[in-house]
Design a protein around this ligand. Structure first.
Ligand SMILES: Nc1nc2c(ncn2[C@@H]2O[C@H](COP(=O)(O)OP(=O)(O)O)[C@@H](O)[C@H]2O)c(=O)[nH]1
Ligand SMILES: [Mg+2]
Length: 488
């Protein structure tokens, strides 16, 4: 037993060291570039610095709130048949000191604290305005040990006929941003609306594939106790599979956990098929508890993801600078040759035609040279600027030429960075090739070494034994203690 505890402690501290290393890479290396090049409006780490997060999505009355209450063993959320709860609720535990001073078992706070307190990762949601803020709240639960290292977000049920105007904010955008910062996303359905709700169609078709990864999604068919018999359940299951394949655009059917809340189902006559199927409730609860373990993978993907996109952005800036230098050199040469030609013509004209009377060869050369120089200066001051603006407009009209888009990954990266790139190029073009090259090397080093070595270290975790953590610590090139400020 003692041995097990030591293994666990060693693992925990090793995981913690890896987590800090990854956060360090993001905070110190990627964020300054992401902000500088307008790739992100907020520091990148703000989305992942907080606790691991589980997001619950699903149509109204699919049993999200009931699942949360059951998981915590406390009635934190209201539940009911009608779509009454139209709030996004972040649920986590009280801190020890808060438990001492709070008079309630559940402390409910306005969503503004989540948006404006930098310890939370929700700053990004400020852009959805006051209507959203009034539908966002925080609940802190006393003694919720399961939430010490975890937060759950309950969401308003997905509806059919609702529009952005009705909600007052863009629901799909909000759940996209929340999914992006979540380590696990549970999508709940129930037998009455097995995937037929319009908002769930939009989110599964577009929002979720764009904002999160397949392996972070779990589909749940909840409330199966309400099916009349096995045949009824099979019909519902088939409908859901069909709808899911339509929504996700995939031919293979993802795994769907079949489950129900025993407490909510009591009262009805027992259904024999439920005994035969078994309830996957424990599996579902275990998946929620395991979410923190995905955080390291999530962080490593985060580093890879953003460093590769920043690398595409820097590549495009380097290409822009290169084209600009070539064009500028060409224009300067053109101006120089034009001015020389002009000087020679003027000199010859003065010398041969003698329009100003008898002028010596030396004076003709002098006047030719002076007018040529004047023309060159005029060129550089007036026309060169005009041509460089012409160059910039040409590039902006066809920004695609700055990037390589052979692979799908490159095309995806480009879709994300072309907007910030255009904004940056239109506002600030002062960048030296040397500085760009250095930044490019930095993000590639982070991508190639950082994330990959961390992944290797994560894989080693599976086989870790007591006292080996220190060995790993020494051997891992990434686990060098960061100098400078503590990350958390
Ligand atoms: N029979 C049955 N009822 C359930 C189950 N889960 C939730 N309910 C009931 O369904 C209604 C809606 O549940 P709720 O948790 O509020 O759904 P939400 O809108 O997704 O949060 C409530 O009346 C619950 O008691 C279940 O597994 N079986
Ligand atoms: Mg609810």
């Amino acid at each position: 037993m003692d041995q097990d505890n030591r293994i666990n402690n060693d693992r925990e501290s090793y995981i913690d060291a890896l987590r800090k290393e990854l956060l360090y890479l993001i905070e110190r290396e990627l964020t300054p570039l992401a902000l500088k090049y307008r790739y992100s409006e907020v520091p990148l780490e703000s989305k992942i610095k907080w606790k691991p997060v589980v997001l619950l999505l699903g149509n109204y009355s699919s049993g999200k709130s009931t699942l949360i209450n059951e998981f915590l063993g406390v009635k934190v959320q209201h539940s009911g048949q009608a779509p009454t709860d139209d709030c996004f609720t972040v649920i986590t535990s009280m801190e020890d000191e808060e438990e001492l001073v709070s008079d309630h078992d559940v402390d409910e706070r306005d969503g503004k604290v989540l948006l404006y307190d930098p310890q939370y990762p929700f700053e990004i949601l400020k852009k959805y305005g006051d209507r959203f803020a009034s539908h966002f709240r925080l609940k802190k639960v006393r003694g919720a040990s399961k939430l010490k290292n975890l937060a759950i977000i309950d969401t308003p049920g997905m509806l059919d006929s609702v529009t952005e105007k009705d909600r007052g904010y863009d629901y799909q955008e909000v759940i996209g941003d929340l999914a992006q910062l979540s380590d696990l996303v549970l999508v709940l359905f129930d037998p009455h609306k097995a995937g037929t709700v319009r908002e769930s169609y939009a989110s599964l078709r577009e929002t979720l594939p764009e904002k999160t990864f397949e392996d972070r999604l779990i589909f749940v068919l909840n409330r199966i106790d309400e099916c009349g018999n096995l045949e009824d359940l099979l019909r519902v299951y088939g409908t859901l599979c069909w709808n899911l394949s339509q929504m996700t655009g995939r031919k293979d059917i993802p795994r769907i956990l079949l489950t129900y809340a025993e407490e909510a189902s009591s009262g009805g006559e027992p259904k024999p098929f439920l005994g035969y199927l078994g309830n996957k409730r424990n599996e579902l609860q275990q998946a929620i508890l395991n979410a923190p373990k995905h955080r390291l993978d999530h962080l490593a993907s985060f580093v890879e993801h953003h460093s590769s996109r920043l690398s595409t952005l820097l590549e495009a800036l380097i290409a822009y600078n290169k084209k600009r230098s070539t064009f500028s050199l060409r224009m300067s040469l053109f101006g120089l040759l034009g001015s020389l030609f002009f000087a020679a013509c003027i000199g010859l004209y003065i010398d041969l035609v003698q329009p100003f009377g008898d002028i010596s060869d030396g004076m003709a050369i002098f006047w030719g040279g002076a007018l040529g120089t004047f023309m060159y200066v005029g060129w550089n001051i007036l026309l060169y600027k005009y041509f460089m603006k012409f160059f910039h407009d040409q590039i902006m009209a066809n920004l695609d030429q700055l990037a390589n888009k052979d692979t799908q990954k490159q095309r995806d990266s480009w879709a994300k960075i072309s907007g910030p790139l255009a904004e940056f190029l239109n506002s600030d073009r002062r960048m030296t090739s040397l500085a760009l090259k250095k930044e490019y090397e930095t993000v590639n080093r982070i991508y190639a070494k950082g994330a990959q070595e961390i992944r290797l270290a994560i894989n080693q975790l599976g086989t870790i034994k007591v006292n080996q953590t220190q060995e790993l610590d020494k051997n891992s090139p990434m686990i060098s203690k960061p100098t400078g400020t503590q990350l958390d």
